[in-house]
Write a protein that binds this ligand. Structure first.
Ligand code: ARG
Ligand code: ZN
Length: 882
């Protein structure tokens, strides 16, 4: 049995099947104002081999049992124990099959954890992943128990005219007394974490989609009253996702209906419940006046992600929660591919790599490090991490790169064919690719088990007399806390030898290991490749498209790198070359004591950035990415030790000023090229133009020290993208200017009643750099519109302060840490999952200089000593301290 009681460690090695087999379940859920009654009728069989006297032990969490019957008769008191978190039934009948009736009563209105059944804006809704179903009724709440569910919901007609659950709708009708009911039937076997109901007074937009085999699917998106027109883009994204999954992976939808519900209070982004996806409304609701291009892209991604889970997650689910990356890593890979196909592949890749480096690398290099498939956990909700999701996606991407598109598709087809209906494991996933491509992936599989970011060291040697080029690659894994092994792994290194006119030379290695097309299949600790007659010294473009999630060490001259930034036929690497150069320079300047250099980047690099930004032959979105310097936190990671966030900030500020000065005329031109009143369309090309113009505005305002240019834009912007970008320029570049406060006030007045826009307003202020920020945040924290109960709002101010504001959070006097600790404690009493997530802001604390480390250590050990901490928060605090 897997146990997850408080403080107990769950281990993968302890996995065993349940003692009893569930056959199916019929749930009756009666919703009332102030309470809900759940009646669960489970058909159960003793598993062959289970001892005749073995008790049935079911999971619960904060439950109250109201009745218990076995085959229609009340169970004698002596034959069961019921506590809030467990139901144990003894002396079960010897016959093969029996029916257990379990009654529970819960109070959704008091469920501030937002796990299980709760109410949001009056709407009853559920979140069951990972272990929320046990907060509704006693159950085998684990992903390897797959059964059909039938659900009957009864509710007051006025508060809940709409009643939804998984699967297909069945009968519905009136119950008298102002109440009604609806029955839903899900023919697909599923684990409890995919169960959902929604009941409320909702508005709907409808559409339909005809699958490749001709089935018409009814699509619905439900929102709060008055908001459904904001769901149109989400509906469009849904239909495009359905079509893409058919084209790219041959996957069709499998029920007659597919519903999405937008909910205001939601812990995560969204949830892939079978046929009834429940979303944080932030990932559904949009219009040009309230949402940015980034929001549009976010909605598209999350809609696609949850839809794709129908095959990678629902039809094939996880055997246990250690296998979480089986569905999450794979589904993130799929949504990334969708975005690459629907928008632009290079820009998409740049975005994923930025995210990986800023979220996953720090996690993998600090105390919260864990393998993509962990071996143990204390609280599974703390493992919905960048490592499981984003590094997990990188691993699938590496398989695709190693195998090539045809064999990768064959492997995926085999996966769907072999494991449809299964609760599968990572071993089974890797096996399908070994079988499809007749290859050995055992060295690759280590990526799932060995934590940490490997270092890939490149050395080159060119012998002019023989026109011979030798390339040496070495991998090493300097692990840290996890102690999960450091064996050499198989990884794909995509490369090209570039000539002076920007052509990839056709070369093949005369000596060395495995190269397929332009991909080196590196599997040893060190390998060398010799290329003869290369036609003169080439520029090496390596790790193209970031083909493996590694730290790259490559001593290449600045001249070569700047040449590649112009010449490289691989556009991703053009961006990476510049971005890496900027990162290295800022890391150097940011770790220097004494006076800051006024131009940390150097004239050549600044010139190259400005030149790229001004090159109209390149995609505007790409140019905007070049202008977007690595975040301060990325620089901190590159420095690695004894970090002073103020110095990094100062270095980045001078770098921006240097770019602004040099690019003055270019930015002026770019700024005027996009009229502010252009009609808004959310497509990728238009978004790219806006991103470039707004980046140019930022540099123009900084270069001339003119906040009024951004202030003016706020006034005449015709959409939220431009308005928010201008406000961000004021907040980030002119945090203490009076104009910034004025702009914030104007923005507030206009959007006071738009929850998602107010989140942006709080978030910007939480992220404003400088020591003065904390005083303002303390005031904002008491703002009438601020509340800890709504996760988006809590994250907007506190999350952005602790997670995205290195200078203010890391104030030298430690006040930022103390304030944050007090907020964590308040939040923990309301919603432990959100508190634990926010506490990961300390994950890089050991990189800081000593004084700040000492202050954080005091805060963390103070927290560790508090008896009232939730197990969620305690788990993060303990691991961060360890
Ligand atoms: N499966 C959801 C997703 O697509 C995440 C839900 C996680 N929820 C939680 N409470 N841990 O990515
Ligand atoms: Zn997911």
């Amino acid at each position: 049995m897997l146990r997850t009681e408080t403080g107990q460690t769950v281990k993968l090695a302890d996995y065993s099947e349940t003692d009893f087999v569930f056959k199916d379940v019929f749930l009756t859920i009666r919703l009332f104002e102030g309470s809900a009654e759940i009646d669960s009728e489970i058909r159960i069989e003793r598993r062959a081999g289970t001892a005749p006297d073995a008790p049935l032990v079911l999971d619960g969490d904060e439950l109250t049992l109201t009745h218990l019957k076995l085959n229609g008769r009340a169970v004698a008191e002596a034959d069961y124990d019921a506590s809030a978190d467990r139901l144990k039934v003894r002396n079960l009948p010897a016959d093969d099959e029996f029916v257990l009736h379990v009654g529970t009563r819960i109070v959704p209105e008091r469920n501030t954890k937002l796990m299980g059944l709760y109410r949001s804006n009056g709407i009853w809704c559920t979140q069951c992943e990972a272990e929320g179903f046990r907060r509704i009724t006693y159950f085998y709440d684990r992903p390897d128990v797959l059964i059909p569910y039938k659900v009957r919901i009864e509710a007051p007609k006025d508060a809940a005219p709409v009643l939804l659950s998984n699967g297909n709708p069945g009968e519905s009708g009136d119950l008298g007394d102002g109440r009604h009911y609806a029955v839903w039937d899900d023919p697909f076997k599923k684990p409890s974490y995919l169960f959902a109901i929604v009941a409320g007074d909702l508005e709907r937009i409808g559409d339909s989609f005809t699958t490749a085999s001709g089935t018409e699917v009814t699509l619905g998106i439900y929102t709060d009253k008055g908001k459904s027109h904001q769901a149109e883009y989400a509906m469009d994204a849904l239909k495009r996702s359905m079509a893409w999954d058919e084209r790219r992976f041959g996957r069709e939808y499998d029920l007659d209906v597919f519903n999405i519900v937008a909910i205001a209070d939601f812990n995560m982004g969204a949830m892939e419940n079978k046929g009834l996806n429940v979303f944080n409304h932030k990932y559904v609701l949009l219009d040009p006046d309230t949402a940015t291009d980034q929001d549009y892209a976010g909605v598209e991604t999350v809609i696609a992600h949850e839809y794709f889970h129908n095959w990678t997650g629902n039809r094939i689910t996880c055997r246990d929660w250690f296998q979480l990356c089986l569905k999450e890593g794979l589904t993130v890979f799929r949504d990334q591919e969708f975005t690459a196909d629907e928008r632009d592949r290079t820009v998409q890749r740049i975005g994923s790599v930025r995210r990986l480096k800023s979220m996953q690398f720090p996690e993998d290099q600090g105390p919260l490090q864990h393998p993509v498939r962990p071996g143990e956990y204390r609280e599974i909700n703390n493992f919905y991490t960048a490592t499981v999701y984003d590094k997990g996606a990188e691993l699938v991407r590496m398989i695709a790169t190693l195998l090539g598109p045809e064999d990768f598709r064959k492997g995926m087809d085999l996966y769907f064919q072999r494991h449809d209906g299964d609760a599968a494991t990572i071993e089974e996933f890797v096996k399908v690719f070994e079988d499809a491509a007749s290859t050995d992936l055992s060295r690759f599989a280590l990526w799932y088990h060995q934590a940490g970011t490997p270092t890939l060291t490149i050395t080159e040697d060119y012998d002019a007399s023989d026109d011979r080029y030798t390339l040496t690659l070495a991998q090493s894994l300097n692990q840290g806390a996890a102690k999960t092994g450091t064996e050499p792994m198989l990884l794909p290194v995509k490369f090209g030898l570039v000539g002076p006119n920007g052509e990839d030379r056709a070369v093949s290695a005369s000596r060395g290991g495995d190269i397929r097309d332009d991909v080196i299949q590196l599997s040893e600790a060190e390998e060398s490749f010799v290329f003869e007659n290369v036609g003169g010294k080439p520029f090496l473009s390596v790790l193209r498209d970031f083909s493996a999630p590694v730290n790259l060490v490559h001593a290449q001259s600045e001249a070569d790198r700047l040449a590649l930034a112009r010449l490289d036929p691989n556009p991703f690497n053009r961006w990476r070359t510049l971005n890496d150069l900027v990162g290295e320079r800022l890391a150097k300047a940011g770790s220097q004591t004494g006076d800051q250099p006024t131009d940390p980047l150097g004239n050549e690099l600044v010139g190259s950035i400005v030149e790229t930004a001004g090159d109209d032959g390149l995609d505007p979105a790409f140019r905007a990415q070049v202008l977007n310097l690595p975040a301060d936190m990325e620089i901190a990671r590159l420095i690695g030790a004894n970090v002073d966030p103020d110095r990094i900030h100062a270095a980045a500020t001078s770098a921006r000023e240097a770019i602004a000065a040099k690019g003055r005329s270019v930015f002026e031109r770019l700024l005027n090229a996009t009229p502010a009143d252009a009609r808004f369309s959310p497509d990728a090309a238009s978004a790219g133009k806006r991103a470039l113009a707004n980046a140019a505005l930022g540099y123009a305002a900084v270069g001339e020290g003119r906040p009024d240019r951004a202030f003016e834009r706020i006034g005449n912007a015709s959409n939220m993208t431009d308005r928010q970008a201008a406000l961000a320029i004021l907040v980030f570049r002119f945090p203490d200017h009076e104009m910034t406060q004025r702009a914030l006030d104007i923005f507030y007045e206009r959007y006071e009643s738009e929850a998602l826009v107010l989140d942006k307003w709080f978030a910007l202020q939480g992220a404003a750099p400088g020591t003065a920020t904390l005083d303002r945040i303390e005031v904002l924290y008491r703002h009438p519109r601020f509340t800890l109960k709504n996760p988006n709002r809590a994250r907007s101010l506190i999350g952005s302060f602790a997670g995205m504001n290195p200078t203010a959070f890391n104030r030298a006097d430690g006040r930022g840490y103390a304030w944050f600790r007090d907020r964590l404690l308040e939040l923990d009493a309301i919603n432990p999952q959100i508190a634990a997530r926010m506490a990961t802001a300390f994950r890089t604390w050991r990189m800081l200089e000593e004084e700040r480390q000492r202050k954080i250590h005091d805060v963390l050990s103070g927290l560790a000593n508090m008896p009232q901490l939730s197990k969620d928060l305690r788990d993060i605090v303990d691991r961060t301290l360890a």
